[in-house]
Design a protein around this ligand. Structure first.
Ligand code: ADP
Length: 541
C-alpha cells in the first residue's frame, strides 16, 4: 500500500476563492445602454460572500435550487459562484423557452428562489405564479416590479439584500466534490426537457479542460466575451474557466445584436468569444458592411450546430480564427475542439478545421451502428456517437431514461464518424437524418455547400416523405438582400459538389430559418411547416 496525494476536493468553492483572491484586480465588465460598468474580481468575491449570506437568510442551507433568469452580466456571475460555493444548486433557466416548458422545468427542479434581471420581469411574470415551489424572487437592476406583485411570492431587491448582508461567509469545507453544483435542462425538442446535473468535480475538470491549449488555452492575458447565454450549457463553461484562469470577462447583457456586439468588441477588445453560428453570421455581415475591426479576437469558439465553411473563411478574411467545437448540455458541454494536427496544412488543415474536432483528454468516444454494434473508429464507419468521461452526465434528473445510455456510455443522438486520431465528423443529428432509398444524405453537408453560395444567407435541409425513396431532401433557403439565385441555379451549383442522387429536387425560399431557444436552426419547425403546407415548394426541372 502506498500513501498518496491529499484528498483535496475539486469544487467551485475553490475556483471562486482562488479567482477572486489571486486575480483580485481582474475585471468583469458588463455592457449597458451607455457604455460598460466594471467590477473587479476582488469586489465580485466580496459581493459573492454577501449574496451567500443573503441566500442563507432566505433559508438556503442545503442543496436547495436557486434559479437564475438572467442575461450574461456581473450579477449572473456572482450567482454562478455563490450558489454552488455555499453548497446549494444553481439552476439556470432559459429565458427564451415557452411558458409551459419554463413552468415544467422550474417545478421539476423544485426551484425555491429565482434571481431575475429587472429587464426580464415581464417574461418571468407570465410564469411565476405557476412555479409552485418558488418562494422568493430577487430582482437585480432596474425594472418595474408591478407585474410580479400578485404572484404570491416574496419580492426582494438584489442590491438591498447584498447591502444588508455581511461580506464574510463561512464557506463550507465539507463539500463533496461529487455533490450537485448546478443544473441545466436540455431544450427538449421532443418530449419534456431533461435536467442535467453537474457536480463540483465535473465543473472543475471541465473548466481545466477549457483552459488547456488544445481547447481554448484560456489564461490571464485573455478577455472573454461569452455571447452564448449563461443559461445555455453554462455559457460553454467560459465563466468558470475565466475565473479559474484569471481572464477578464466582458458580459454582453441584453445587447446581443450584431451592432452592439461589434461595437463592444471594437472598444473593449476581447480576445476570446463564443457563440452559435447564427450570431457570427450576423456579426460577419455587419463587420463587412462597416469595415469593423474584430482582430482583438484571437479565438472564436463556435458550435451548437455545424459551422458553415463560408462563415469560417469569412472570419479568416477578417483576421479572426473560428475554432469549431462540439458538445451538448449533457457533456458540460465542451467535448471536442478542431485544432488541426501539427502535420496538416492547406486543404487538409481545412478539413480538420471543418470537422467537429478532436475529443478532449478525460473523455472517450466511440461509434455505434445498428443493433448496438460498436464500429471501428476508422474515420469511415458511420454510426451514432457515444461518449463517456469525467464531465459527461450519467443520468437525467429524476428521469431514468435508460434509452439514452448504453453500458455506461451516453448516446449522443449525433451521427458521424471518429477517426483513429480522435477527430469527430458529424453528418447529422439522429432525428434530422435523411435516409433516401436506404442511403444517408447528410443535411449538414448540403447546407454547408449551399451557404457557400454568394447569394445564400441561410440554408436548412430537411427530410420529407417520398413515395419512391421513403425520404428525400427539401432545401429551404434564405437569400441575401437583392440576391436573385433561383432554385435551378442553386441545384446546378450543388451538382458540382455532391453526388447526383443527393441533389434536392424540392426547394422553398423563406424569409428566415426558424430558430430554437438557443439560436439553432429549428428543423422540427420546418418539418411542421412543410406538413401544414406552409412552405411554398418549387421543383425546378
Ligand atoms: P439542444 O439539444 O437544445 O440543441 P444542446 O446545446 O445540448 O441543446 O445541443 C447539443 C447538440 O447540438 C449536439 O448533440 C449536436 O447535435 C449539436 N451540436 C453541437 N455542436 C455541434 C457542432 N459543432 N456541429 C454539429 N452539431 C453540433
Amino acid at each position: 500500500m502506498f500513501s498518496t496525494m491529499q484528498d483535496f476536493p475539486l469544487t467551485i468553492t475553490s475556483i471562486m476563492r482562488y479567482g477572486t483572491t489571486v486575480y483580485d484586480s481582474c475585471e468583469v465588465a458588463t455592457v449597458t445602454d451607455d457604455g460598460v460598468r466594471r467590477r473587479s474580481y476582488g469586489e465580485v468575491g466580496r459581493r459573492v460572500g454577501r449574496l451567500a449570506n443573503a441566500l442563507r437568510r432566505l433559508g438556503v442551507d442545503g442543496d436547495q435550487r436557486v434559479a437564475t433568469f438572467m442575461w450574461n452580466n456581473a450579477e449572473h456571475l456572482e450567482a454562478y459562484l455563490a450558489v454552488p460555493a455555499m453548497g446549494a444548486v444553481l439552476h439556470t433557466l432559459n429565458i427564451r423557452l415557452f411558458p409551459d416548458q419554463l413552468i415544467y422545468i422550474a417545478n421539476h427542479a423544485e426551484d425555491e428562489i429565482v434571481v431575475v434581471d429587472g429587464s426580464l420581469i415581464p417574461l418571468l411574470a407570465r410564469v411565476l405564479r405557476e412555479m409552485k415551489t418558488v418562494r422568493h424572487v430577487i430582482v437585480s437592476g432596474p425594472g418595474d416590479r408591478a407585474p410580479l406583485a400578485d404572484s404570491g411570492k416574496e419580492l426582494h431587491s438584489y442590491e438591498d439584500l447584498l447591502a444588508a448582508a455581511p461580506e464574510t461567509f463561512d464557506w463550507p469545507e465539507e463539500i463533496d466534490e461529487r455533490q450537485a453544483a448546478a443544473m441545466c435542462y436540455t431544450s427538449g425538442t421532443t418530449g419534456n426537457p431533461k435536467g442535467v446535473v453537474y457536480s463540483h468535480r465535473s465543473m472543475f475538470l471541465h473548466s481545466m479542460s477549457v483552459c488547456t491549449g488544445n481547447a481554448m488555452g484560456m489564461n490571464q492575458t485573455d478577455k472573454v466575451l461569452p455571447v452564448v447565454p449563461m443559461f445555455h450549457a453554462n455559457a460553454w463553461g467560459l465563466p468558470y474557466a475565466a475565473v479559474m484562469a484569471g481572464a477578464a470577462l466582458l458580459m454582453p447583457d441584453r445587447f446581443l445584436q450584431a451592432e452592439p456586439l461589434v461595437k463592444a468588441i471594437e472598444s473593449e477588445r476581447p480576445t476570446i468569444s463564443g457563440a452559435v453560428p447564427t450570431i457570427w453570421n450576423d456579426v460577419l455581415r455587419y463587420a463587412r458592411e462597416h469595415g469593423s475591426d474584430l482582430t482583438s479576437l484571437r479565438l472564436v469558439p463556435c458550435g451548437g450546430s455545424a459551422v458553415p465553411e463560408s462563415l469560417m473563411r469569412g472570419f479568416d478574411e477578417l483576421g479572426v480564427r473560428i475554432l469549431h467545437a462540439w458538445g451538448m448540455t449533457e457533456t458540460s458541454p465542451l467535448a471536442s475542439a478542431a485544432h488541426p494536427p501539427i502535420h496538416a496544412s492547406g486543404d487538409e488543415a481545412w478539413r480538420y478545421r471543418m470537422s467537429q474536432g478532436r475529443y478532449m483528454c478525460g473523455l472517450e468516444v466511440r461509434v455505434v451502428g445498428d443493433g448496438d454494434v460498436v464500429l471501428p473508429s476508422d474515420g469511415q464507419s458511420v454510426g451514432e456517437i457515444e461518449i463517456r468521461g469525467a464531465w459527461i452526465t450519467g443520468a437525467y434528473h429524476k428521469d431514468e431514461d435508460p434509452g439514452r445510455f448504453h453500458d455506461g456510455w451516453l448516446r449522443t443522438g449525433d451521427v458521424g464518424t471518429v477517426s483513429p486520431d480522435g477527430f469527430l465528423v458529424l453528418t447529422d443529428r439522429a432525428k434530422d437524418v435523411i435516409k433516401s432509398g436506404g442511403e444517408w444524405i447528410s443535411s449538414v453537408e448540403l447546407e454547408n455547400h449551399l451557404m457557400s453560395h454568394p447569394d445564400v444567407l441561410e440554408a436548412a435541409v430537411i427530410g420529407i416523405p417520398d413515395e419512391k425513396w421513403a425520404e428525400r431532401p427539401l432545401a429551404t433557403v434564405v437569400l441575401r438582400a437583392d440576391a436573385t439565385a433561383t432554385a435551378a441555379e442553386l441545384r446546378e451549383f450543388l451538382a458540382g459538389r455532391v453526388a447526383k442522387w443527393q441533389l434536392p429536387e424540392r426547394w422553398a425560399f423563406i424569409s428566415e430559418v426558424p430558430k430554437t431557444s438557443v439560436g439553432k436552426f429549428s428543423k422540427r419547425t420546418l418539418r411542421d411547416m412543410y406538413a401544414a403546407g406552409d412552405l411554398e415548394v418549387q421543383q425546378p426541372s
